[in-house]
Design a protein around this ligand. Structure first.
Ligand code: ADP
Ligand code: 5GP
Length: 243
């Protein structure tokens, strides 16, 4: 474990900026982040989801390569040493990390990338890629969080009151970090929270590309193929041949 932390402090000059938007989503465990994200992905196109690496064991119906890449401590450590992670952290006694390859994969697909990571990992990504759009999801109150944690563990037949208590107290710690995030979203009524999340993504796309890109495509000094074709149809010289 000591080796892993030593690696974590070493400098990182190889973080590559991606062309699309990088969305970071963090939430105390049980807030409903996975539920929200899976709904968001059915509503918004062009979002790639980074599948993290973890040393924890699969839970319930989880499958290797779908929810996580489940891996051994040795392999995780090898990846840390090889600089294969954009960020990594120890959460509830297990290691979790985002592979740098997730950035290039999203970029090659021309998609935005969504990271579902804890507050420590989010802090690392915000420092390395300050243009990332960070969103913190929180439950409306601790009672609701407790209820959701309990329901989920009952559904997965793994109820452990100690684990629930630890997650509740961790939630209070994580909430202290909320002001480092650009957006905060209270997941009370699921449909409302999904609408809000969708609005954040679409609005950021407008701010970061969509609207600006559209305006640029209308500029006469750039002259789109569409403008050229229209001008040609009138027998008017295209921008390239104008005086
Ligand atoms: P997380 O990914 O943040 O750990 P989950 O998405 O697994 O949380 O949600 C925890 C539990 O709460 C699940 O049983 C889920 O169905 C439920 N849940 C999520 N969002 C809501 C909501 N808005 N209202 C009621 N239950 C919810
Ligand atoms: P869980 O084990 O309940 O799926 O996740 C526990 C916590 O680990 C959650 O807060 C989740 O966001 C976080 N997590 C999942 N993947 C990563 C990752 O790649 N990096 C970091 N830093 N946290 C992660």
């Amino acid at each position: 474990m000591g080796t892993l932390f030593a690696e974590k402090r070493s400098g990182d000059a190889r973080t590559k900026l991606m062309a699309g938007i990088l969305f970071i989503i963090s939430a105390p465990s049980g807030s409903g982040k996975s539920t929200l994200v899976s709904q968001l992905r059915t509503l918004v196109e062009g979002l790639d989801f980074s599948i993290s690496y973890t040393t924890r064991a699969p839970r319930g119906s989880e499958e290797n390569g779908r929810e996580y890449h489940f891996t051994t401590c040795d392999e995780f450590q090898r990846m840390v040493k090889a600089g294969e992670f954009l960020e990594w952290a120890e959460v509830f006694g297990n290691f979790y990390g985002t592979a740098r390859a997730a950035l290039s994969h999203a970029e090659s697909q021309g998609k935005d990338l969504l990271l579902d990571i804890d507050v420590q990992g989010a802090q690392q990504v915000i420092e390395r890629l300050p243009e990332a759009v960070s969103i913190f999801i929180l439950p409306p109150n601790p009672e609701t969080l407790q209820k959701r944690l309990r329901n989920r563990s009952q559904a997965e037949k793994m109820t452990d009151e100690d684990v629930i208590e630890r997650r509740l107290s961790q939630a209070r710690n994580e909430l202290q970090q909320i002001w480092k995030y650009k957006y905060a979203l209270v997941n009370d009524v699921l449909d409302n929270a999904v609408d809000e999340m969708r609005a954040i993504v679409l609005s950021e796309r407008g701010l970061n590309g969509g609207i600006a890109k559209m305006a640029k495509s209308c500029r006469t000094d750039i002259a789109s193929q569409r403008l050229d074709a229209a001008l040609r149809s009138f027998g008017v010289a295209s921008a390239g041949s104008a005086q």
